[in-house]
Design a protein around this ligand. Structure first.
Ligand SMILES: Nc1ncnc2c1ncn2[C@@H]1O[C@H](COP(=O)(O)OP(=O)(O)OP(=O)(O)O)[C@@H](O)[C@H]1O
Ligand SMILES: Nc1nc2c(ncn2[C@@H]2O[C@H](COP(=O)(O)O)[C@@H](O)[C@H]2O)c(=O)[nH]1
Length: 297
């Protein structure tokens, strides 16, 4: 007697139901990671060691990573590139080297997160990075704001060692040569700015919160050097408001304003590279949203 076969439409319905159930099961695993109920490392290890966990095994590495607080799509892509894991890979499909690399990365991130966090604030000119940072400096003294080195001259009221370390070109060259800078860049085609690395390492080692307020080029360098950093892009409520803030600040010539606005367009187009986007409509609210990232689960 021939084996019983379901009519094709019954097979299709059953397959569709199974696919929906599998998707739901994977979404549940992602929700567990997002809420902190299970760590991403725990889920990965379960996928590799327990034969009976189809949802964990079929979960894409990208989806696991983006379930972790502070990791957005761009960051997940960068981490997977660093670990040499193809974008479509699922946990169950990783080779042994990739499993080790991913487990090491997740463990290192877990250790860092337990002790401290590094938040990088970037965004276009005049969006209010300096204003939000100053608010954080005043209202949240437990956040260590990195003091950058720069070759530009101090503005009235700026204090060496508080707002910046004002150095000459020879000293900046020396800092680069001696690998004292975590990142550096020529900003607005004029002066060099860089983040001294030793104070950052000391603060993170002590478990303190650290925030950098730097430009887009520097943020990209920090992301590569310290993948555990959370990258924040500060946005203006509207383009017209950004222009108003730049002109209203009145610290640049009309020619310099035009140049900065051209750069701002390019920078705004790069916002998807960041883990978190915060709109600076109100300084206090934006500052709180940044500071909240330090205690995100
Ligand atoms: N939420 C806000 N609402 C209204 N005005 C704001 C807000 N945040 C900042 N500003 C104003 O916008 C102007 C630009 O702010 P700020 O100098 O902090 O920008 P920035 O991003 O640090 O700029 P740059 O990168 O060019 O140094 C300032 O005059 C500031 O007072
Ligand atoms: N890449 C870096 N950019 C930095 C750093 N410190 C500040 N900046 C950025 O420079 C511009 C201009 O600052 P200003 O004080 O001269 O108006 C601003 O966008 C800052 O974010 C740094 O260490 N590295």
């Amino acid at each position: 007697m021939p084996a019983h076969r379901n009519p094709p439409e019954v097979d299709r319905v059953a397959a569709a139901r199974a696919a929906v159930a599998a998707r739901r099961a994977r979404a549940a695993v992602k929700a567990q990671v997002a809420s902190g109920e299970r760590s991403a490392l725990e889920v990965a290890r379960a996928a590799w060691t327990d034969a009976d966990l189809p949802a964990e095994k079929s979960l894409r590495v990208r989806d696991l990573l983006t379930s972790i607080s502070g990791i957005g799509p761009a960051r997940a892509e960068a981490v997977m590139g660093e670990l040499r894991i193809a974008p479509s890979k699922r946990l169950g499909g990783l080779g042994s080297r990739q499993r080790t690399a991913l487990a090491d990365w997740l463990a290192a991130r877990g250790r860092k997160r337990g002790a401290s966090k590094l938040v990088v604030l970037a965004g276009p000119t005049a969006v209010g990075k300096g204003t939000v940072s100053a608010h954080i400096r005043e209202q949240y003294p437990d956040v260590n704001l990195s003091v950058s080195a720069t070759t530009r001259k101090p503005r009235p009221g700026e204090v060496d060692g508080v707002h910046y370390y004002f150095v000459d070109d020879a000293e900046f060259d020396r800092m680069i040569r001696d690998r004292e800078l975590l990142e550096w860049a020529v900003v607005h085609n004029s002066y060099r700015y860089g983040t001294p690395r030793p104070p950052i390492d000391r603060a993170l080692d002590a478990g303190d919160k650290v925030m950098l307020e730097i430009d887009l080029q520097g943020a990209r360098q920090v992301r590569d050097a310290m993948p555990e950093a959370v990258l924040v892009f500060l946005l203006p409520p509207t383009w017209d408001e950004l222009v108003r803030r730049l002109i209203g600040r009145g610290t640049e010539s009309a020619e310099e304003q035009a140049r900065r606005l051209e750069t701002a367009k390019v920078e705004l187009a790069a916002q998807d590279e960041f883990d978190v986007r915060i709109v600076n409509s109100d300084v206090g609210t934006a500052a709180r949203e940044v500071v909240d990232l330090f205690s995100a689960p």
